[in-house]
Design a protein around this ligand. Sequence first.
Ligand SMILES: Cc1cc2nc3c(=O)[nH]c(=O)nc-3n(C[C@H](O)[C@H](O)[C@H](O)COP(=O)(O)O)c2cc1C
Length: 186
Amino acid sequence: MEKITLGPMPYMSVMPTLLVGANVKGKPNYMTAAWATVACMAPPMVCVAINKARYTAKGIEENKTFSLNVPSAKRVVETDHCGLVSGAHEDKSGVFRSFYGKLKTAPLAEECPVNIECTLFKSVDCGSHHLYIGNIIEIHVDKACVTDGKPDITKINPIIYAQTSYFNVGKQIDKAFSAGKRYKKK
Ligand SMILES: Cc1cc2nc3c(=O)[nH]c(=O)nc-3n(C[C@H](O)[C@H](O)[C@H](O)COP(=O)(O)O)c2cc1C
């Protein structure tokens, strides 16, 4: 297969669209983030890469807590707004209604069907960005988005980020940890 080369650049085929919540100077602030994923199973951890200039970074450094909130597709305008405007210039505390769970300094966005509360485990200085790794303390899921006790992606309807655009989740194509059993040696 013929390939082209792109050189080193921050690329990943698809990414989630999340809102990182942090209290800055006692007020909730939400910023859009796509550079985030699971970091560890035991203990359960997530991580997110945040540019050092972000207002959100101040809150994470201040409280050592943050949240990851999963917006659904119907909140795409509010979500993108939080990625266009900095809390340093405009108060974003009213974009979403905030509530608090176990951590009293990690604001959670009510309108997002999934909210993940984190304490800061470690921050890694990577250059322009800090990679914030968080211990998951609690996960809140809207009852309406649960099937058989588990978060249901078809009900959550999360926003996928790729190629500077937002996408819906497509159709299920197979079962993970199962499709590979049909592999036949070449
Ligand atoms: C789709 C999208 C994804 C983004 N992902 C990230 C990210 O992963 N890390 C980051 O530092 N900034 C990211 N940004 C930029 C911040 O969300 C943006 O600079 C925001 O205004 C920062 O808000 P704050 O200064 O209130 O923290 C993203 C923006 C958009 C629109």
